[in-house]
Design a protein around this ligand. Sequence first.
Ligand code: TEU
Length: 549
Amino acid sequence: MKLSQQVIYQIYPKSFYDSDGDGIGDLRGIIEKIPYLQKLNVDMIWFNPFFVSPQNDNGYDIADYYRIDPTFGTMSDFEELVAKLKAIGIGVMLDMVFNHTSTEHVWFQKALAGDRKYQKFYYLRHAKPDGSLPTNWESKFGGPAWSPFGESDLYYLHLYDPTQADLDWHNPAVRAACAEVVNYWRQKGVKGFRFDVINVTGKAAQLVDAPKGVASKTLYTDTPIVQDYLKELNAASFGQDPDSVTVGEMSSTTIKNSIGYTNPDNHELSMVFNFHHLKTDYVDGRKWSRMSFDFPRLKHLLDGWATGMNAGNGWQALFWNNHDQPRALNRFGDPGRYRVKSAEMLATVIHLMRGTPFIYMGEEIGMTDPDYDSMADYVDIEALNAYRALVRSGYSHADAFTIVKTKARDNSRTPMQWDASPKAGFTTGRPWLRPTNQAKINVVQELAHGEIFKYYQQLIKLRKTLPIVADGDYRTWRLDDDQVFGYWRQLGSQQLLVLNNFYATTTTVDLPAEMVTAKVLLSNYDAVKVQPKMVLQPYQSVALLVNKN
Ligand code: TEU
């Protein structure tokens, strides 16, 4: 199936299904749930990392790219999983974390032991003459981006946790080693690759201080050399397979660069994730702050990216949720009064757009953030650091907690809710992260009485069967409506208009004249009447299709 018709499902292995009662999800658990994945009819599954790791950043700190962490299973479990998914037409996408390795990785350990070859794999630098750190860069998880390199007088760079040491991509041996990892997994039948924060690999050869008032990330994020690295990686590995599907996780990228990364003529990646739309509920771009989302800004971002990528023949990964984001339902929907309708509306926005939709596990049953009442339930390093930093900067414990509660990555990492039992049918042991609302939101309930899962099935089917959904051009609809985000898709003489009411109040839309004779392709409400003044119910989506001939 061609890329434009595919839908990708993301599984956070630690939280999907635990087959052995240790409270942590595993590969055998995923194998048991294959029939569920088949029901949804997705084409590929992206698995967050399950390689050998001390788990300081839940597997994004990899100590061995070639082995499966025993917590998750064995290589033969993995091979069985790939084979069973392949048999029903589902591909596997693995998470390649190449900006950094765990400090427990043998490369870093050899470097520490004095091996010159491996010392060149990392950014090792001396302190400044005044004894201060090599640069003033900050770690994305808080604190300085440099830590002492063993007993030496050197420091090593880590843009994330101190146990995640940045690899020096200027070194061709590092790039070759990464390609070798990709090729190893390709030979195991893996067709999909997600490249973690791949656009921060392009640091300058000389690392310098960020000028006062300038964020250090602007010095090393999304620089032109990233495209050279990607072309090389493509040619040396996945690009040799015409069916490969790749996605780059791009921090603070631009439309122009994302066209560069994904225009097929460039032979880099199939598509990219960008995060601009998921910062529309940040105060002044600061994640650890609280406000309700800025609807005009959200619309302009979604529309601007869709228009720009369409014009430059780029390709977007479309998503609301992942393992780093609080649940979109809590941010852009109404999980209390309109959980079902707002879940469906958000799904419609993404699935009928131009690009490849990603579904994050649990989204298809309308999962929401957990309702924790103290910091004791949170485990993510980023959340714990942020809480301390907020309190240090003067927030009361209560206010700091409220911010963490809405922003923590743990929000999306809670176990998949399979049934209404106390452990949500996820484990027989003690779940590593506590579910809170499984009595109401769970797979058993959803499949028996719900409508969200069925709605996702319809959206997935439309992409596979209707060329306009897969391949149509994207066109802007009016951007000035106070509560509706709409857009056009166009293919030949067909036109599709997708209208989405982002609020809990009804609203009326003046339909463009040519749409008054349209047929309703899909809506999350029954008995929709197409009329010149269309009334949209709370969180209603309507997709209208006409043939101009
Ligand atoms: O995330 C990269 C990234 O951009 C994060 O800094 C993200 O902005 C943050 O998690 C949200 O606050 C990737 C992985 O998806 C994440 O899970 C890892 O922790 C990170 O890289 C380091 O590998």
